[in-house]
Design a protein around this ligand. Structure first.
Ligand code: 2P0
Length: 322
């Protein structure tokens, strides 16, 4: 009998970043990370079993997936429900730009893990869902929970100790993330390939790995103490260190555009004027600015003065079945 399940998950933004893997097939990270889940931006995914065709049908924002991206989703379905499962139809929508460094793979595999387990009648707790989601895309293991989430590197070879851990609930702290939309096109190189190239060719990579756990501890302590200057400084440090390893990779991985720098400078100018606002960037040209919710209008104005559109987002909630 055919079954259908629908789930929604939000993307998350890393405050302390994940870049590099200790195991590629299992998506085990070389470093721990710390993130905040966003509201408003969302992936909405419906999984239906017993699709009549010989192959899975995977449709993202109205277009069927083919080749490797489709195979990646089918492999994930195999992981949840064994390779001899019935074929499935997966329909997924993002209400924000896909594959532009806005963590669409995090919300995608978070929602897919939840919907697939429900469609195959598996009742998994959030930690087991997080372990599954991680195998779809590393950062997805942080999107099962709202609020503030840590992902431990872990040390087990099978990855059982590497999953999301909620650190503070959504209402812990009234902060916002203002996304400066520098570019929304597809990125020059995806995160997975970019991480491998960094590990293989970047002479700075060992320093990135050896300093990361202290950054997570510092970020978490600042978060729990609600100390924005301290959290923001830890976040910017992690961002610049990660982008330094990307840029010192060969061939270099440079996601920055001229307006990326314009926004970074505008935020530094706000800070020089006494406002606590801090920048981070992921595998794309967009800048995300962490600030107090009351300061959002001033941050939006500063970003828009550079000619870049700004989108303020709050802290989001848990992934959920609909
Ligand atoms: C992060 N990023 O911590 C970091 C910062 C991008 C830069 O997690 O290969 O899509 O699927 O595990 O999770 C993006 O990488 O990579 C990412 P895979 P993922 O948010």
């Amino acid at each position: 009998m055919s079954r259908t399940a629908r789930a929604q998950a939000h993307p998350n933004i890393a405050l302390i970043k994940y870049w590099g893997k200790r195991d590629i097939p299992l998506n085990l990270p070389a470093v721990s990370s710390l993130s905040v889940t966003l509201d408003s931006f969302m992936t909405d995914t419906t999984v239906t079993t017993e699709h009549a065709d010989e192959h899975d049908l995977i449709v993202i924002n109205g277009s069927p997936l083919t080749d490797r991206p489709a195979a990646r989703v089918s492999r994930f379905l195999d992981l949840v429900a064994s390779p001899d499962r019935p074929r499935c139809r997966v329909e997924s929508h993002n209400n924000f730009p896909t594959a532009a460094g806005l963590a669409s793979s995090a919300s995608a595999f978070g929602a897919l893990a939840l919907a697939t387990c429900a469609a195959f009648d598996q009742d998994l707790d959030p930690t087991r869902l997080s372990l599954l989601a991680r195998q779809g895309s590393g950062s997805a293991c942080r999107s099962l929970w709202g609020g503030w989430v840590r992902w431990d590197r872990g040390s087990a070879a099978d990855g059982r100790d590497s999953h999301g851990i909620p650190v503070a609930p959504r209402d812990h702290w009234d902060l916002s993330v203002v996304v400066a939309m520098v570019g929304s096109g597809p990125k020059p190189i995806g995160s997975t390939a970019g991480m491998v190239r960094t590990q293989e060719t970047c002479p700075l990579y060992p320093g990135w790995v050896s300093s990361a756990e202290a950054d997570v501890a510092e970020g978490q302590a600042a978060l729990l103490a609600r100390d924005l200057d301290r959290l923001g400084a830890a976040m910017e440090r992690s961002t610049y260190k990660m982008h330094a390893t990307m840029i010192a990779t060969w061939p270099p991985i440079r996601y920055w555009r001229p307006n990326t720098v314009a926004v970074l400078e505008a935020i530094e100018a706000l800070r020089a004027g006494g406002l606590s606002a801090w920048s981070t960037m992921d595998a794309g040209p967009n800048v995300k600015v962490l600030c107090r919710t009351a300061d959002v209008p001033r941050v939006v104005e500063a970003i828009e003065r550079t000619g870049v559109a700004a989108r303020p987002l709050g802290v989001g909630g848990d992934a959920r079945l609909v």
